[in-house]
Design a protein around this ligand. Sequence first.
Ligand SMILES: [Ca+2]
Length: 573
Amino acid sequence: MKDELAQVRKTSSRRDFLKVAGSLAAGAAIGGAGVAATQPAGRPMVTETVTTTVVEPAIAVFRQVVQPAWEDALTKETVRIAENMEPVISHPEQDAEVQKKLAALEKKFGKKPNILIFVMDDVGWGDPGVYGGGAMAGAPTPNMDQLGHEGLVLTSTYSQPTCSPTRATILTGRLPMRHGILRPTLHDEPGGLHGEITVAEILSKAGYVTRAVGKWHMGENKESQPHNVGFDDFYGFLSVSDVYTEWRDPYWYPDVVYSQGRTEMVKGFAFDKHWVHAKKGGEIEDIAEVTIPVCSELDDKWAEYSVNFIKNMAESNKPFFLYHCTRGGHFDNYPNQKFKGKSPSKYPYKDTMIELDDILGRLVKALEETGQIENTLIFVTSDNGPQIEIWPDSGYTPFRSGKCATWEGGVRVPGIVYWRGVIKPGRVSDGLFDLADLFNTSIALAGAEDLLPKDRYIDGIDQASFLLADAGESSRKFVYYWLMNTFSAIRGGEYKHYFAATTDDDGDAVNPGGASGVTVQYSYGKCFNLFLDPKETHSYFIRRLVYTDIFLKARADHLATFQKYPPKQPIVQ
Ligand SMILES: [Ca+2]
C-alpha cells in the first residue's frame, strides 16, 4: 500500500489523494493486514466498528501527506540574539550552506559582494509580469521577469504605507516609530534622517564604496542629506517627483500657474527646486531646475550615472553598495520621449513602467559586461503600494486599497532577488520579508555584524540565508504594520490580525484608496486568511480564536520593545 500511496502523491491532487487514501485504509481495515501497516507504533488497534477503523488510519495518512515541504513559521520558536534586535527563527543548516557559498565567492573575487538595491516609487505588487502584471497590465517587464524567473520571487515583501518611512526603514533597519519619519516630508518640511545610523555608514566603515542615486526624500536639512548620513556620493533629487512639477502643470494647477502671486508663494517654500550632486564631506551642488521637461529625463540620466559607476567599480578592490531609486512611477509621470506612447497601454504610468524595466536591464547589462554579475546581490522592490487616488496615473495591485493604508495593497510590494550562480533559479517563496531586513542582510553580506548599533532597537533581521540558500526559509516570524503612530496589525503565517486600520470605503474618496480614509480602532479586531482571502474581505476573527493568543502576545512583545527603547513619536492606541 505504501507504493500505491507514493504513486498517488506524485500524480494526484490532494483531494484525490485523500479519497484514495481513505478507500485504501477502508480496504485495509476490512482486510486486516493493511491497517497494521498504517497504524502508528504503540497505538492499540480499534476493531469494534468499521467506521472507526476507517477514520483513524485515514487521518494518520492525512497528517503524513500534508507535512509541508516548507516550514510553518507560525509554529516556530524565535531566538532573540541581542536585547536590541528583533527575534529570529534560527536556521543553522541554511546559514552554514550560505556561509560556504559566500566564502567561495570571496575567494574567487577577492572582495565582499556588491549590493544593488533598486527601489521604484509607488509601483504595485501586480505591476511586474512575474507577479501577473506586465503584458497583462499593458506594460511588459521582460527584465524584471527574467530576474525573477532566474532568481527568487518573494510574494510577501513588506514596505511601510508611504515613501519616506519605507526608505528610512531600508537604510536604518528600524520601523518609522523608531527612526521618526512617519509620513512623507512635504514641501516646507526639511527634517528627516539625521541622528540615525544608516547601512551606508556601516558599510563605509566595512570598506564599501557607497552611492545613492535618484530619489532621496528623507529630509532636505543638511544633516539628513545622503552624503552626510554615510553615502560617498549622491546624484538625484532630495524630495519627491510631484513636489517639483505639479504646481508647474496648468492641467492640475491652473490656480497656481496662472497666478504670479501663488507661483511666487510656492517658489518660496523651503525646498530646493533642483536636482543635485554631492560628495561626502562636500556641499550640495545644483545641476538643473526640475521643470516638467527635465523631470521626464531624470530616470534616464540617473541610470546612466549608475551604469558608469558600475563600470568604474569593476577594477576596484572594494565592493560597492548602490542604492538606486527611480523617479517613476510616482505621480505625475511625464515619460521620457524614448518611451512616450511606447507601452501597449500608452498611459503615462505604463510608459514609465517600461522605462523602469529598461533601466533595470541597463544596470544588469553593465554588471554582466564588467564581470561583476556573479558577485552582486540585486534586490528589486517598491517603496509602497500604488497611489489609488491618482488613478489612472498609478500602479496595479491585486490587493485591497493602496498607498497610505496598512491593507495589503498599501504595503505588500514586489521583491525580486537575483544573484547569478548563488540563488537557485526559479525559486518562489511566500516567506515574510520586511524591507527593514535589507539593512541587516546587507551588513551580514559585508561581514560587518560587529558594527550593528547596540544603543537602539533594530527591527530588521538578517535574511541572507533565506534569500541565498537553495531551499531557504524566512527567519522572520511576524510582520508588524504601523499606520503612522497607531499600531495596526500583525501578520504571522498566512494570518493577519488587525487592531486598527484606515477606512477605504467608496464614500470616503474619489477612488477608494489608503490616503483618504480615517483611522478606526476595532473593538475586538479583524482576522484575515491571506491564502484564502488575499483581498481581505472576509474577516473571520471570531472563527479563528485559536490564533488570537499568538497575535495578542506578539503585539504585547512588540510594544514592550518601546518601553526599553522609547519611540521618537508617542504611540496612539
Ligand atoms: Ca512611494
